[in-house]
Ligand binder design. Structure first.
Ligand code: FAD
Ligand code: NAI
Length: 477
């Protein structure tokens, strides 16, 4: 007799493991299947995010920023560091240690919540009499387990360029970009998206000469234009990243120890460059590889995403899907919230996720974070709005930190004053955006934020001043 469950989750990333814990909390007998293996070949829970995404990238960003502080910022504090060096091996070990701690923590949470953790490749076999049969193919054995509900949380994988497979020696995906054993002299990055900018910044700060090649005609087109413009200025002038937009790749030829890239720049000029390593970060694609047996008609759209309704329900009975494998932004917090909502829906509850208030953060230095509509979106939609913008330059806390670049911009409806979007580039933007998310969830007006007491001196005062600025009454500009 196969193991019987109420809920089976396939995938233990932030969508799947959170869904499994919530389902177990709600009293369901729950199993979570995952096949991810660490570099040492051991099962490692947490998916892309914990193993080769959000967490290791933030660890390396911090290490590289510390190095930059020593090299360029401590002098202004009157601190001289002589003979400073960094040890890339230790840096990578620290990153791996953080990953181990968090991935191990999920095993602990599974035990605590009585989630059965199954290691292997999960595949939907069939649905008989209202029960799903799911195959779990491990290295040594294969078993079939059963449940009434299945939640697909199989995430995404990096998209390769045609005829250019990742080898993680010369042609690197996110996993390779997070584990380069020595700082390359010349690093090429294809794609000036989130990964390209975060990983490009890390290796630039550690000493690589970094060139980012971007096909789109402009820089960070999804961000608010003012934020993107400020970011591009800082990344090119201060950090020294070379960012070429509007390029067209003609050929990429990996050799023995370097990669030759031929491309046409935005003015139509042909350019040849040779890089020691090439990161390819041109987006990710949903992962549905061998997820369903031939008899199961898994509903996929033309881009390969599992088709779901607004509540993450597929057209098949009691089959749900969350996270990167379905529509919407590929973000860990979006995946987790969907996981929680599905578990609660299975329990007969009526949770709601407001996709308009999912925050975006890019963890460069300075960080960028935003929620809601950009100014260009509001213009396009013909929405009348008022705008308040306040820089970090005159902010006492930012001056103390020595991090004065950037600003906060708030957009509010011209008639109702309801906040429509908040865009931040500056220190700890990732933390500051939370106030804007809460405000928008509660349908706050800019006046609400303007009337709230903000601690002094704090970075949040720039958000306060931006809110005052919507009514043209900023106090410190
Ligand atoms: P995943 O995390 O991809 O997990 C899916 C899991 O399912 C994996 O373990 C996979 O091995 C397993 N799996 C797949 N198919 C099967 C199968 N058939 N059987 C068994 N197991 C299977 N997002 C943020 O919000 N903030 C960040 O700072 C951030 N930084 C990132 C940095 C990088 C370099 C990358 C690559 C991504 C980053 N992301 C970030 C995005 C984030 O990692 C994803 O949005 C998030 O991991 C999606 O969660 P998920 O649960 O849908 O899928
Ligand atoms: P992305 O979608 O952010 O950026 C890809 C970039 O590559 C785009 O600017 C695109 O125009 C460009 N591009 C596509 N094809 C190209 C080509 N042939 N030549 C040159 N440029 C090309 O994707 P990325 O950076 O791979 O990241 C994937 C996803 O992972 C992100 O969209 C995000 O959802 C998630 N992520 C989130 C992070 C965060 O929240 N801080 C950090 C890293 C990743």
């Amino acid at each position: 007799m196969s193991q019987q469950f109420d809920v089976i989750v396939i995938g233990a990333g932030p969508g799947g493991y959170v869904a499994a814990i919530r389902a177990a909390q709600l009293g369901f007998k729950t199993a979570c299947i995952d096949e991810f293996k660490s570099k040492e070949g051991k099962p490692s829970l947490g998916g892309t995010c914990l193993n080769v995404g959000c967490i290791p990238s933030k660890a390396l960003l911090e290490s590289s920023e510390n190095w930059e502080r020593i090299e360029h910022k401590f002098a202004a504090h009157g601190i001289t560091v002589e003979g400073a060096r960094f040890d890339i091996k230790k840096m990578l070990e620290r990153k791996d240690g953080i990953v181990d701690k968090l991935t191990g923590g999920i095993g602990f949470l599974f035990k605590k919540n009585k989630v059965t953790s199954l290691f292997g490749h999960g595949k939907l076999l069939s649905n008989k009499d209202g029960r799903w049969q799911v195959e779990v193919a491990g290295a040594d054995s294969t078993e079939v387990v059963e449940a009434t509900h299945v939640i697909l949380a199989t995430g995404s994988v990096p998209r390769a360029l045609p005829d250019l497979p990742f080898d993680n020696k010369l042609i690197l995906d996110n996993e390779g970009a997070l584990s380069i054993p020595e700082v390359p002299k010349k690093l090429g990055v294809i794609g000036a998206g989130v990964i390209g900018l975060e990983m490009g910044s890390v290796w630039k700060r550690l000493g690589a000469d970094v060139t980012i090649l971007e096909a789109a005609p402009g820089f960070l087109l999804a961000a608010d234009e003012a934020i993107a413009k400020e970011a591009q200025k800082i990344f090119t002038k201060d950090l020294g990243l070379k960012i070429n937009t509007g390029i067209k790749i003609a050929a990429i030829k990996p050799g023995k120890s370097n990669v030759k890239v031929t491309y046409t720049d935005s003015e139509g000029k042909d350019i040849n460059e040779t890089f020691d390593k090439l990161i390819v970060a041109v987006g990710r694609q949903p992962n549905t590889w061998q997820l369903a047996a031939d008899g199961v008609q898994l509903p996929l759209d033309e881009r390969g995403f599992v088709v779901v309704d607004g509540n993450c329900r597929t057209a098949l009975p009691n089959l749900w899907a969350v996270g990167d494998v379905v529509r919407g932004p590929m973000l860990a917090h979006k995946a987790s919230e969907e996981g929680v909502a599905v578990a609660e829906r299975i329990a007969g509850q009526h949770p709601h996720i407001d996709f308009n208030t999912v925050p975006w953060v890019i963890y460069t230095s300075p960080e960028m974070a935003w929620v809601g509509k950009t100014e260009q979106q509001l213009k396009k939609e013909g929405v009348e709005y008022r705008k308040g913008q306040f820089p970090f330059g005159p902010n006492g806390r930012a001056l103390g930190l020595g991090e004065v670049a950037g600003f906060v911009k708030m957009l509010a409806d011209a008639k109702t004053d309801r906040i429509l979007g908040v865009h931040i580039i500056g220190p700890f933007a990732s933390e500051l955006i939370a106030e804007a998310v809460v405000a928008m969830e509660f349908n706050a007006s800019s006046e609400d934020i303007a009337r709230i007491v903000h601690a002094h001196p704090s970075l949040s005062e720039s958000l306060h001043e931006a809110a005052l600025g919507v009514d043209k009454r900023s106090l410190h500009s």
